[in-house]
Design a protein around this ligand. Structure first.
Ligand SMILES: [Zn+2]
Length: 412
């Protein structure tokens, strides 16, 4: 058979159309799980998938699947997809490139009447960003059984509605969660095309990233306790200033983290100072610490933590670190990395293997099936903002790699 390719005009039209399903006003895309915008985006995707003969179902916890049946015996599905929820005022490409790319691959299979041994499924996942219910990867975790129904009943959005309530209002019964859980054996691969959300590909002038590992995370709440005191009457040498200590801690974090490894990153994203008055030396500061790496997280964090404690002690402050979140690094299936590498070469593209510093549903899907992940360049590494952009030729190349991978995995 001649080499098949995706149609970038159709794919761009899907991306443009999906960008319209946003909560206005405001720049960028805001599409929250189970909102009216989400419902409209799903209706659009359902129409597009049904128009080419896919059988579309929606299941608890909010998964949408468009299935193209095998032309022969059947067997486990080859899945491709991503998420359609967004951050507040995010970009048009995050998640959507993987969803629209998977849909476009289905169109190519149907248009060309490609015989497929395994069914092909376009998979659309909810609440990847955690914007509404506070935790990333919620949809995929619930689907594979890593989040229980009880837990979904405790996760609330700002208006107090729980995930389960919002899901039921959307039309999916909570009672169906167990029956529709994704078990090992249902799929023999999950492929996710995604924007890189960093500058590695762009700076290396490489077209395709083949993801090797998705980063692991340790999230901590740090509390630094000093002594609140009079801002006028306390000499500088006698102070136990928690905020000045926090400033030093943050500066040292920035300096020390890169010494732990090429892929080690650490971020303080939240800070609260108490009592927070102009004329009082700060007595207590609370910080969030987000620590990520692709290997040996606990060993590296222990080094960093003991260094931070040393700094606090030197300043006469007490540091308490409590872990609030954690996920392990996940290695993606080596055979699929090899497959994707081979496709990149055969298509005459430039490619490189790389870890993902951002979390993705792919890492959760890896608990039940082999996972392959394809990155395409992000302009200036911008993401989760209205400026997020990936050039159409880059999207086209990525979607063609996805197409070839699906063909290789489903071919009769
Ligand atoms: Zn994403």
């Amino acid at each position: 058979m001649a080499i098949l390719s995706i149609n970038i005009d159709r794919l761009r039209r899907d991306i443009d159309n999906l960008a319209r399903f946003t909560r206005g006003p405001g720049p960028g895309v805001t599409r929250l799980t189970f909102s009216e915008e989400d419902r409209a985006a799903r209706a659009y995707l359902r129409d597009q998938m049904e128009a080419i003969g896919l059988r579309v179902v929606e299941l608890p916890p909010g998964i949408m699947i468009g299935r193209l049946e095998s032309t022969t015996a059947g067997g486990p599905a080859v899945m491709a997809g991503s998420h359609i929820d967004s951050v507040l005022q995010g970009g048009r490409f995050d998640g959507i490139v993987g969803v629209a790319g998977a849909l476009e691959v289905a169109r190519v299979l149907v248009d060309n009447q490609v015989p497929i041994r395994n069914p092909y499924e376009v998979v659309i996942l909810p609440e990847e960003e955690g914007t509404s219910f506070g935790a990333v990867l919620t949809g995929s975790k619930a689907w594979v059984g890593q989040l229980t129904s009880d837990r979904l009943g405790q996760m609330r959005r700002a208006d107090g509605v729980t995930y389960l309530e919002a899901m039921e209002r959307y039309g999916l019964p909570a009672s169906g969660l167990d029956a529709h859980r994704l078990h090992r054996g249902r799929a023999n691969a999950f492929l996710e095309l995604h924007i890189e959300q960093s500058v590695v590909l762009e700076e290396a002038a490489v077209q395709i990233g083949v993801v090797t590992t998705v980063t692991g995370i340790r999230g901590f709440d740090a509390t630094l306790v000093g002594i609140a005191n009079h801002a006028g009457a306390t000499p500088m040498a006698r102070r136990r200033d928690a905020l000045a200590g926090a400033a030093q801690l943050m500066a040292e974090l920035e300096r020390f983290t890169p010494t732990l490894g090429a892929h080690t990153v650490c971020t303080v994203g939240q800070i609260a100072c108490s009592p927070g008055a102009r004329n009082v030396i700060p007595g207590e500061v609370r910080l969030s610490i987000d620590f990520r790496d692709i290997e040996n997280l606990d060993v590296k964090w222990a080094k960093l933590a003991s260094y931070l404690e040393e700094i606090a002690t030197r300043r006469g402050l007490k540091l308490a670190l409590g872990q609030v979140a954690g996920s392990e690094p996940v290695s993606l299936a080596p055979p699929l990395q090899d497959l994707l590498d081979g496709i990149v070469v055969r298509r005459g593209l430039s490619g490189m293997r790389m870890p993902s510093g951002a979390v993705h549903d792919a890492q959760i899907m890896a608990s039940v099936t082999d996972v392959g992940m394809i990155f395409v360049p992000s302009r200036e590494g911008r993401s989760h903002c209205p400026e997020e952009f990936t050039a159409p030729p880059d999207i086209e190349r990525g979607a063609n790699v996805l197409l070839d991978a699906v063909l290789a995995l489903t071919s009769a």
